[in-house]
Write a protein that binds this ligand. Structure first.
Ligand SMILES: [Zn+2]
Length: 417
């Protein structure tokens, strides 16, 4: 475990800083990436200027290396740095100033943090540097932005020559040699720099769904009949495509994405759990909006989507997709059936929309919105140990009802070895 963490820190170091010190080289004996408590701390952010010149200053407990680059569609400035602990007030970054519309910060991988600035209009990074602490002043990250236009912005991206994004390896397989039990992949939504939705009282979707997913994992493992793999087990970001890829590469029998939705105040109130499957046409406008919001995760984390591969058109893939769709629907109905007795359901609990994370053509996939963090009663449930316990039990029941017929040997997908 520590080997992997170290090599990720190394990868990240090499990617961001163009070289790594001896201390960062992968060494099987070396300790894992620094614990969050040892990481430099960002304690304050200040914005100044107007919509022609805007400056961001971040106070830091020590000097770090940063690397800034820009991304289009939408216009963003991304700053990569070694792992930083952000100790900033809850709503920091929600409102911007001048060229900065809003910004986010957080872990993008073990050992690496990132600040993503949403620009109000095209701008260039005039300067991005860190000043050493001196006298009474802490170390400071200073970013100067100047207004430009789309043409100049796109030209700058082209000449920046940004290195390819090195993605961390997927988590290790839990399968011992010869273990042929069906694999269930649990996918806690969001993470790291991507907080997901947030309750008025501050609870974040990424935390709620991770805690719930860990409980669900333990309960499924306890049956002894299935293997479980999580797309993340900590507060870090995982691109949507990697989540799907993990399930496909490991030939998962089932993929369950866990989320907790929110409505904006003007959208009224709603409560209860909803189970989603994939369809190109959303079942209704709210489902379409939700899928759009969930699909923004990669944009939020500062990924360049222009390099993503297109789906391969293949008749075999199409056939698999059709079969998978039937299984996904079947499982979704089973979940709704078992959840009915454990949790409050949304009035139309079975819906569909075009969620990127459900697009594996060969793995039955559903996305469970546990409830609305924007609803008082739902939020109370979502953070209650008892509610989580009942709800996770209900999902385990559904998993078992769906997969156990396949264990008997008359199964379709479990026979794919
Ligand atoms: Zn979500």
């Amino acid at each position: 475990m520590s080997v992997r963490a170290t090599s990720l820190a190394f990868l990240f170091g090499a990617m961001v800083l163009g070289g790594a010190s001896a201390a960062e080289r992968p060494d099987p004996a070396a300790p894992p990436a620094p614990a969050a408590s040892d990481a430099p701390v960002a304690s304050e952010v200040r914005l100044g200027g107007d919509d022609t010149q805007t400056r961001m200053i971040v106070d830091l407990s020590q000097k770090i290396d940063v690397r800034a680059f820009t991304l289009a569609n939408p216009y963003r400035v991304v700053m990569d740095m070694p792992q930083v602990t952000f100790r900033l007030p809850p709503k920091t970054g929600e409102a911007g100033r001048g060229l900065i519309k809003a910004f986010r910060f957080g872990l993008v991988m073990q050992g690496g943090s990132r600040i993503v600035i949403d620009l109000a209009r095209p701008a260039r990074v005039e300067k991005a540097f860190v000043i050493e602490a001196a006298n009474d002043q802490p170390a400071r990250l200073v970013v100067d932005l100047a207004a430009s236009d789309r043409e100049a912005f796109m030209r700058a991206i082209a000449v920046e020559g940004r290195p390819l994004e090195r993605r961390p390896e997927p988590p290790a397989d839990t399968r011992a040699a010869g273990d042929t039990r069906p694999l269930v992949v649990i996918d806690p939504g969001h993470g790291g720099i991507d907080n997901g939705t947030r309750a008025a009282s501050g609870e974040m979707e990424k935390t709620i769904v991770l805690e719930f997913s860990l409980m669900l994992r333990d309960k499924i493992e306890k049956t002894g009949k299935y293997r479980v793999l999580m797309t993340r087990t900590e507060d870090t970001f995982v691109p949507l495509g990697d989540r799907v890829q993990l399930a496909r590469a490991r030939q998962a029998a089932l993929f369950i994405s866990i989320h907790a939705d929110a409505l904006r105040r003007r959208e009224g109130d709603a409560q209860g759990a909803t189970v989603y499957t994939l369809s190109e046409r959303a079942s209704d406008a709210r489902a379409a909006r939700l899928a759009e919001a969930e699909n923004r995760a990669d944009v939020i984390a500062g990924l360049d989507l222009s390099t993503e591969e297109k789906d391969v058109a293949d008749i075999l893939v199409d056939l698999a997709r059709r079969e998978t769709k039937t299984f996904s629907m079947q499982f979704a109905q089973t979940v709704v059936g078992t959840l009915k007795n454990a949790a409050r359901l949304y009035q139309h609990p079975l819906k569909s929309a075009s969620f990127v994370v459900l697009k594996a053509p060969d793995v039955p996939s559903v996305l469970v919105e546990l409830g609305y963090v924007s609803n008082k009663a739902d939020l109370k449930s979502l953070i209650s140990a008892e509610w989580r316990d009942h709800t996770a039990d209900a999902i385990v029941k559904a998993v078992d009802a769906f997969l156990s017929p396949r264990l008997a040997g008359n199964g379709q997908r479990s026979g794919q070895n």
